[in-house]
Ligand binder design. Structure first.
Ligand code: ATP
Length: 514
């Protein structure tokens, strides 16, 4: 039976390690929490995803350009953006286990437990009533379910009020009232709740007196805002236009779990689209649709994505939503689309004393543009693609295979060249073919083990094509091409291999489908 949830997720994580996709950082020193290294296949897959995102922004759209700004920025940047004062998580420690938690996450986990109780009631009733069971009606009328439901709403409201007003004592009281225990010590011996800034800081300058405190950027967007005029002027950009960039971001996440979903060092792919004030909500809708279409064009299984519109908006936004993806551990945020108004540019004007305005030749006037942002985590996108592609298949002959059904243009290795046996001139012939292919594609030559085992190794890393060179190749120049997804094999002229592969792994085809 196909695995789901936690079991599936565990298998994906170990697959990533076993096949050179992702390793724990500094593993020989027992690792560094929530930091990961990408291995030989993982880094290639990640590069391919990044490249696809960048091209779909700057190559397909004439009015979007790419930049690469530095990780270090002037410290005032983070004052202006609000990160120094307001980029906080509420923390609480358990005095017995000495473990630290996010207070809101403890409460959310408690809510999840109540939801679990509702699910149990529903399952029990479904069993009792059989075919005549009406789930919606049961949920709307059953007294116990209604009680649970009302409790959830009450907790959520109380948490929101405390968070919004910054009332940390009330947040702590809620944890006490709900009798939430530490998952490690089982005790209710909690400290006060404190605000904890998520930015990492470091020093620039060699002498401590004149050194400056710098932050490792917690998002790439500010590098775009501070370069807005540089790019607009030197690129002669006309509004509406966008600036895109990919790069590392750093957050000292308290609850760092779920593998590469929440890391302390991660990579973002962000695009800020500068528009005329008053048109931002139309552009917000445009990018909302466009980004969902981008995800769907990657051939994910149906129903894997959904929108989550934000009801409560951040202080700088006048509309915002997430695109959520169904990871093995449930639907979670993959990308954010935010209408950020003129908040960031105005704040940088104020703190820098420099004008960050656009002269609109059509209106013959200057204004601070409004911004619609699309912001996606590259690592989360990697996890979404990998978890959707990962399959444990039962084959007709009773054997099993693990395969990554990756879109061919993203696969790390595109072709494997396999001599059937290690003698009779077959390796030499296979090497000739490799030499013919390797300037166009990342190829792999493999002559070890049976052909079946070699196919399995390539399936496990998502190689879409295996080419087998056998004795017939020496006679008539044909080879066998084997397709990863349906495992079909065909005899083709070896001189046709490159053209066939090129067509199937073409990134331009993928871009055309957007
Ligand atoms: P979350 O609510 O999950 O913490 P966020 O709302 O803080 O995310 P944003 O600030 O909107 O995230 O960042 C944009 C994108 O960057 C997110 O949609 C996500 O894909 C990615 N991202 C944010 N934090 C992390 C992290 N710690 N590890 C990996 N990716 C992240």
């Amino acid at each position: 039976m196909a695995k789901t949830g936690e079991d599936l997720f565990k298998n994906i994580v170990s697959h990533c390690k076993e096949y050179g996709f992702i390793f724990q950082s500094s593993e020989i020193y027992d690792g560094l929490a929530a930091v990961y290294d990408y291995g030989q296949y993982g880094s290639t897959l990640k590069n391919n995803i990044r490249d696809f995102w960048m091209r779909s922004m700057v190559q397909v759209n004439e009015n979007i350009v790419g930049i690469d700004s530095a990780i270090f920025m002037h410290p005032t940047t983070w004052k202006a953006s609000g990160h120094v004062d307001a980029f906080n998580d509420p923390l609480i420690d358990n005095k017995d286990s000495k473990k630290r938690y996010r207070a809101d996450v403890l409460i959310e986990d408690h809510i999840a437990k109540i939801e679990g109780k509702i699910d149990k009631e529903v399952a029990k009733a479904a069993k009792r009533f059989g075919d005549s069971f009406d789930r919606d009606q049961f949920i709307a009328t059953n007294t116990r379910v209604l009680e649970y439901h009302n409790k959830i709403i009450e907790i959520q409201n109380s948490m929101r009020t405390s968070l919004d007003s910054g009332d940390l004592e009330a947040l702590r009281q809620l944890i006490l009232d709900l009798e939430i225990v530490c998952p490690v010590s089982g005790s209710r011996n909690w400290t006060e709740v404190r605000q904890f800034n998520l930015m990492f800081s470091t020093q620039m300058g060699s002498v401590s007196e004149d050194s400056n405190t710098l932050y490792l950027r917690p998002e790439t967007a500010q590098g775009i805002f501070v370069n807005f005029l540089n790019v607009q002027k030197t690129g002669r950009m006309k509004i509406p236009f966008g600036i895109a960039q990919t790069g590392k971001a750093f957050r000292n996440e308290i609850v760092a779990r779920q593998f590469i979903f929440r890391m302390r060092e991660f990579e973002q792919m962000e695009m800020q689209f500068f528009v005329k004030p008053g048109t931002e909500l139309d552009w917000y809708q445009f990018w909302k649709d466009k980004r969902m279409a981008w995800h769907r064009a990657l051939g994910f299984k149906a129903g894997k994505h959904r929108y989550h519109d934000h009801i409560k908006l951040a202080h700088y936004a006048n509309a915002a939503c997430d695109i959520e993806f169904e990871f093995p551990f449930g639907f979670k945020e993959l990308e954010g689309i935010h209408s950020r108004t003129d908040f960031d540019l105005k704040a940088h004007e104020k703190y820098s004393g420099k004008k960050l305005q656009y002269f609109d030749p059509e209106l013959n006037e200057s204004y601070v543009p409004y911004v619609v942002e699309t912001s996606i985590g590259l690592d989360r996108m990697f996890l979404a693609i990998l978890s959707d592609a990962y399959a444990e298949e039962q084959l007709e002959d009773g054997s099993e295979r693990v395969v990554l059904n990756l879109p061919a243009f993203l696969s790390p290795v595109k072709v494997a060249v396999l001599p059937l046996i290690k003698k009779d001139g077959l390796p030499e012939k296979a090497r000739e073919l490799m030499d013919n292919l390797k300037y166009d594609h990342l190829c792999q030559y493999d002559e070890k083990d049976s052909i079946g085992k070699r196919y399995r190794r390539q399936d496990a890393i998502g190689t879409p094509f295996c080419i087998t060179v056998d004795h017939q190749t020496l006679e008539d120049g044909t080879v066998t091409i084997r397709y990863r997804d349906n495992m079909n094999q065909e005899r083709i002229a070896s001189s046709n291999v490159n053209d066939i592969v090129k067509e199937k792994v073409s990134i331009s085809k993928a871009l055309q489908q957007l």
